[in-house]
Design a protein around this ligand. Sequence first.
Ligand code: ADP
Ligand code: MG
Length: 421
Amino acid sequence: MSAASTHRAASVEFDHVTKSYDARATKAGAPGAVNDLSLEIPAGKICVLVGPSGCGKTTSLKMVNRLIEPTSGRILLDGVDAATRDTTELRRGIGYVIQQTGLFPHQTIEDNVVTVPRLLGWSKDRMHDRAHELLTVVGLDPERYAHRFPAQLSGGERQRVGVARALAADPPVMLMDEPFGAVDPIVRERLQNEFLRLQEQLAKTILFVTHDIDEAIKMGDLVAVFQAGGVVAQYGPPSEILASPASDFVARFVGTDRGLKRLSLFRVGELDLAPVVTAAVGSDGSAARRAAADDAFAYVLVTDEAGRPVGWIHRDRLTTGTVSSDQVESTSPLLDRRTTLKDALSMLLDADVQAGLVVDRTGVLRGRITVDDITSLMREPDARPLDATERAAADAAAGESPEGDAEAPERSARPDADDAA
Ligand code: ADP
Ligand code: MG
């Protein structure tokens, strides 16, 4: 991983960029493929260009590595005008992944991956090591894949090789044009997830083109919604675009289910968890009944000895004597911090008890959430989901780590539990 993660990234800026393929038509007043595009993409972020077919996404992308030259305007990489740079040298610093991967059919996977390092004159050993490292990074066992030819791989595997090849010389910028468009939905989802995990380490600047709004929302730190002629209808974080579409066009493009789509950006860990009155199997039922007497929620959660939820019992049915798992009347879905609020809501709508139980990695209860908790977060005017860095910090703070779990015995010796006994 070391050489793949040197954290170099460059900002990309479109500065009043226009491209017309037909100069005569443009003179006669027809708009070009891209018209006066201005867009700033900060270093280290994934910016998704999304929009209907023919709106100028591919044209915009190809102007960055100068496969297409702008008719007017400038594209700046870390402030330097791409037009002033030697194209070969420019392209070595820009990884490029396309839908059909463009692998060389008569070269092995290993040779394909080190296409750019070979041009850069790397030694055989260094290229070999880099190819093996990158194949591992993209989830392909080098022992099995390095010596195969592209035709001997599935579509999803070829896309992985395409990504490995684009990363080979550790470019600060990656251009990805519908990179996962040609694979089936299950493989696409896996490739998306793997790529997002990879990006957490790479922190490259990525321009990612898709026509699929769901993919845009999932992959983008920032999303630029294009409309015909390379016109940016809205640019911002996905949650903002879903919460307040800037125009009818954007609203139609993101879909009437944008509220649900927005829910998929938030996670259970971002809600405040309500405490739950619990009674461990084998404990005294009357103590739990007393503890639940004043709670707005009339149910007590039966847990096993380790604190893992078994199910609910109405507080009035807790009699004296020990609590047993046979008394459980209903159950709730189990959620964890990483469950999206969309999935959580869907599970809650399906459940007997309208409360979801949030558990840690070992299955031990952390608290409960309700549909109301979800809707009230969504109604907060400036609710925005955590980004990847913030989420990692929040997970660490929540003790979703071996050190954190070591605190659990201390917490179970709660003063209120002692009082009740
Ligand atoms: P997208 O990637 O959003 O589907 P493109 O950037 O490929 O859109 O195309 C934008 C517009 O430019 C379309 O109207 C397309 O027909 C036109 N176009 C693209 N490439 C060429 C070309 N080489 N010559 C002429 N017109 C082109
Ligand atoms: Mg295209």
